[in-house]
Design a protein around this ligand. Structure first.
Ligand SMILES: Cc1cc2nc3c(=O)[nH]c(=O)nc-3n(C[C@H](O)[C@H](O)[C@H](O)COP(=O)(O)OP(=O)(O)OC[C@H]3O[C@@H](n4cnc5c(N)ncnc54)[C@H](O)[C@@H]3O)c2cc1C
Length: 452
């Protein structure tokens, strides 16, 4: 690769805040709300024109679809997201679980409302491109936007970019597997005869979670075998057999759908899976977006031909961006493991509990048993750099544990832990490494999070 040297220049300081949260997905929203509720000045920024992350930018609506009778959860902001969305008419009950499907489009407005009422300073269309580092501590970040290159100074920074951009750019060690999880171009259809479609699902397909392991190499816990799952694979397999759909290396068809509305919308069609994509590589992302849109059009062709009710269906919209399940895992002072998730791990520095639920990398375990594990503060505390925390899918852990903590409500949980820890550390005048975890836990408990 060829290089050029960029001349150094003065950069204006756009803002100075106590806590800067970078990335406004489930983790970032939770981090910003919980920090602001602790009474410190908080700014939330995102590279796109709306908050909500994978919910509003990709179109993933199943916020807590794992929740069944007997599931034990931390509560806190996870319930609040669903409650506020319901109150604003921005959610629908899910068919397979005891949870709400968040309306991906309306969630942009839901997020704005939550941010406004929490007194958070919002900043959209702004990309974090580097860290400002002094004496092994982060002091703020460098941003790029239509306004040019600007600095934002902050006493604490929380990286909720999903990819761990801030931490990685600031030199925090991370891991990234050679073979990352599939990416998906999520899409939504309109013009579907909902009744006809649902009758077909109920009478002909009768899909259960066992089908996941029938179609993919997915290991399940067994307890989910006979439970209903909104899953569509057969039409795509039939289309391949009939020569209607071409089997292309690196693209798989078949997966789940979200909601079916009386107006004929079928949302969150999560039925195209592309392998070999690295979402921290702009060339790879470009290829995936273009390949993904083509695959979606092929998928709609199959749905129209093989699925009753879809005969007159049309594309309603693609997600704003391809959906990424996995990229960097930031190295923290503790690396969570699948064993922790499956063995009810306990930690003195717990920032909240999460049910024994895994969905990722060929493993599906639904939390129907009441079992749960604790998440340690050290998993969101990056090595090497002080006053930086990470939250969401990029926290420290192996791929099996990531199948649990990448779930949106677990991202909310780690976000809430990070927001409260950042605020408490400021109020106590201690760094994020030195902060008294007991004080963080008691502040989290006041925000209705179950810690142990
Ligand atoms: C196709 C698909 C289906 C899924 N299905 C489910 C499901 O049904 N249920 C479930 O619970 N989970 C599901 N997941 C997983 C879940 O959606 C994600 O793991 C979760 O949203 C991650 O949350 P996050 O806050 O860490 O990151 P994100 O939601 O990715 O949010 C990151 C935010 O940071 C912003 N950002 C990124 N980089 C920068 C930067 N440099 N500067 C400024 N802003 C930046 C982004 O624009 C974004 O808003 C799915 C994921 C995918 C891709």
């Amino acid at each position: 690769m060829q290089f050029i040297r960029e001349p150094s220049k003065k950069v204006p300081v756009f803002a100075e805040v106590d806590v800067l949260v970078v990335g406004g997905g489930p983790a970032g929203l939770a981090a910003a709300i919980s920090s602001a509720r602790e009474g410190v000045s908080t700014m939330l920024m995102d590279r796109y024109g709306c908050f909500g992350g994978v919910i509003s930018q990709v179109g993933v609506e199943g916020f807590a679809w794992y929740r069944h009778k007997g599931t034990t959860e931390a509560g806190g902001l996870t319930y609040e997201f669903e409650n506020v969305a319901r109150a604003l008419g921005a959610s629908t009950p899910r068919t397979e679980s005891d949870s709400e499907a968040l309306d991906a489009e309306m969630f942009k407005y839901v997020a704005d409302s939550i941010i406004r009422s929490a007194g958070i300073r919002p900043l959209l269309h702004c990309y974090a491109v580097g860290g400002i580092i002094e004496n092994n501590a982060i002091k703020g970040i460098i941003t790029e936007s239509k306004s040019g290159r600007m600095a934002i100074l902050a006493r604490r920074v929380i990286d909720c970019t999903g990819d761990g951009d801030v931490a990685a750019n600031a030199g925090v060690p991370f891991t990234k597997r050679d073979k990352l999880s599939w990416v998906t171009p999520v899409f939504h259809c309109r013009g579907v005869d909902g009744k006809k479609f649902l009758d077909f699902v109920k009478q002909d397909l009768k899909p259960t979670f066992a089908d996941w392991s029938g179609e993919w190499s997915v290991e399940t816990g067994g307890e989910e075998k006979d439970m209903f799952s909104p899953y569509l694979a057969k039409p795509f397999n039939d289309a391949i057999k009939d020569g209607i759909l071409e089997k292309v290396e690196g693209i798989e068809y078949g997966g789940s759908y979200g909601t079916v509305s009386p107006e004929g919308d079928v949302t969150q069609l999560n039925v195209v899976f592309i392998s070999g994509v690295d979402s921290t590589d702009v060339k790879s992302l470009t290829d995936a977006e273009i390949k993904g849109r083509e695959a979606v059009i092929n998928a709609i062709h199959v749905l129209k031909k093989y699925v009753p009710g879809f005969e007159n269906a049309r594309l309603r919209n693609f997600g704003m961006t391809i959906g990424t399940r996995e990229s960097r895992q930031i190295e923290g002072y503790y690396r969570m493991t699948g064993k922790d998730v499956l063995n009810q791990a306990k930690f003195e520095d717990s920032i909240g509990i999460f049910p024994e639920f895994i969905d990722g990398n060929g493993v599906l375990r639904l939390p129907t048993t009441g079992r749960y594990f604790q998440i340690p503060y050290r998993a969101i505390l990056p090595q090497k750099l002080d006053n930086l925390l990470v939250a969401g899918r990029c926290i420290s852990g192996d791929i099996l544990a990531q199948g649990a903590f990448r779930s949106m409500s677990c991202c909310v949980l780690t976000g809430q832990g990070a927001g409260v820890a950042a605020a408490v550390s400021i109020k106590e005048d201690l760094s994020t490494k030195e902060v008294d975890i007991k004080k963080v836990q008691s502040a989290l408990a006041k925000q209705y999070v179950r810690i142990f």
